[in-house]
Write a protein that binds this ligand. Structure first.
Ligand SMILES: [Fe+2]
Length: 312
C-alpha cells in the first residue's frame, strides 16, 4: 500500500503530521541513482502524499500530490504547482515540509577514494525512532547477525561513552568482536564503533576499516517516515574498499538489513516510548537512553510515545 514504485495511486490512509519538529527536518525520498529522469514517482512523507522525480536536466522536483496528482510513471511536470524545497546530498534526494536547518555534514563523503553508494532501501513497518535505536544497539549482534557482526559466547557489550556534542548524540569507545565486520574482512576482528545521531530519524556509524587502519568506514541509516509506523530505510555506504564490487557490498548489507527487518516489525509498540520507565534499561542501552532523552528534549512527538503520555 505504501510502495514508492507502485503504479496504483497511494491510498491516503496515513494521518498527516502536525509535529513541527518532524516537519522542520530534511527527509530522504530516494537514492537519485535509482531514479529514471523525467519520470514521476510517488511516495508518502509524514503522511503527506508526494510526487517527485529528477527532471531531464538532472534537477530534483518534489510536490504535494494534493496540488497535482499524477500516476507513478507519468512524465514529470516541468513546473509542478507548490514545488517543495529539495537538495541532493550523499546520493539521496531530500525534501522538507517545513523550515529546516541545514542538513548534517558527512565530510568523508567528499574523499575521492571513498565508495559512496546506496546499499539498500527497504520498507519496514516500524517507526523511524525504533529503526534508529535498533541501529545503535550492539547487544543484538551475536543473536540477530550471528557469524557476521557477532557470535556467541561473546555477547557482552563493554562500557562506552555517550555524550551530546553540538546538539548531536555521540557514542564513542564502542568495541565488539566481529566474525565478518565488512564484505572485505578476511578474519574475525575486534571492531571499533562510533555512533552519531545528528537528526531524529538519521544515524551514522563509523567503524574500523579492514583496508586502512587509519580510517573509518561510514555507514548511514536515513529513515523516510512515510507514517508514524511505516518507514523506508535507506542505507548509505561511504567506505574505503578497493576490492569488493558494488554488488558484493550491497549483498552484504542487504543480508544484515533483512535480518533486522523482522525483529523491528515484531517490536511492540511500534512507536518508541520516551518515558524513562517504559522499557527496562540495561548498560547496552546507554546510547538508547541518551537518544530517547534527546528526542524528549527536542519535543519530538511523531513516531514516539511522548513521556507525558507513557509515564505512570
Ligand atoms: Fe542489526
Amino acid at each position: 500500500m505504501w510502495s514508492n514504485s507502485s503504479t496504483r495511486p497511494i491510498v491516503d490512509s496515513f494521518e498527516r503530521c502536525t509535529d513541527p519538529v518532524a516537519l522542520n527536518q530534511w527527509h530522504p525520498l530516494s537514492a537519485v541513482a535509482e531514479l529514471r529522469r523525467g519520470v514521476t514517482y510517488q511516495t508518502l512523507l509524514l503522511g503527506e502524499p508526494l510526487g517527485y522525480g529528477i527532471d531531464d536536466a538532472g534537477e530534483p522536483v518534489v510536490w504535494p500530490a494534493k496540488a497535482l496528482h499524477l500516476p507513478a510513471g507519468s512524465p514529470l511536470p516541468a513546473t509542478p504547482p507548490a514545488g517543495l524545497p529539495t537538495q541532493v546530498s550523499y546520493g539521496y534526494l531530500w525534501t522538507t515540509l517545513g523550515d529546516p536547518q541545514p542538513l548534517f555534514a558527512i565530510p568523508e563523503a567528499d574523499e575521492p577514494d571513498r565508495r559512496v553508494l546506496n546499499a539498500a532501501t527497504i520498507g519496514i513497518a516500524t517507526s523511524a525512532p525504533r529503526a534508529v535505536e535498533n541501529f545503535l544497539d550492539m547487544g543484538h549482534f551475536p543473536f540477530v547477525h550471528a557469524g557476521v557482526l557477532g557470535a556467541e559466547p561473546h555477547t557482552e557489550v563493554v562500557d562506552y561513552r555517550v555524550d551530546v556534542v553540538d546538539g548531536e548524540v555521540w557514542a564513542t569507545g564502542c568495541r565488539f568482536p566481529q566474525p565478518k565486520a565488512a564484505p572485505g574482512s578476511s578474519a574475525s576482528a575486534m571492531t571499533d564503533y562510533t555512533y552519531r545521531v545528528p537528526h531524529p530519524y538519521c544515524t551514522i556509524l563509523y567503524k574500523s576499516c579492514p583496508f586502512d587502519e587509519s580510517r573509518r568506514d561510514v555507514i548511514g541509516l536515513f529513515l523516510q517516515p512515510m507514517g508514524e509506523e511505516a518507514v523506508r530505510a535507506n542505507m548509505l555506504l561511504c567506505v574505503v574498499d578497493p576490492i569488493s564490487t558494488d554488488t558484493e557490498i550491497r549483498r552484504f548489507q542487504l543480508g544484515i538489513f533483512s535480518q533486522d527487518k523482522p525483529i523491528l516489525e515484531n517490536q511492540v509498540p511500534r512507536r518508541l516510548p520516551l518515558s524513562p520507565i517504559a522499557e527496562t534499561p540495561i548498560r547496552a542501552d546507554k546510547s538508547a537512553i541518551a537518544y530517547r532523552r534527546w528526542l524528549s528534549e527536542m519535543g519530538l512527538t511523531y513516531g514516539v510515545i511522548p513521556a507525558a503520555d507513557g509515564a505512570a
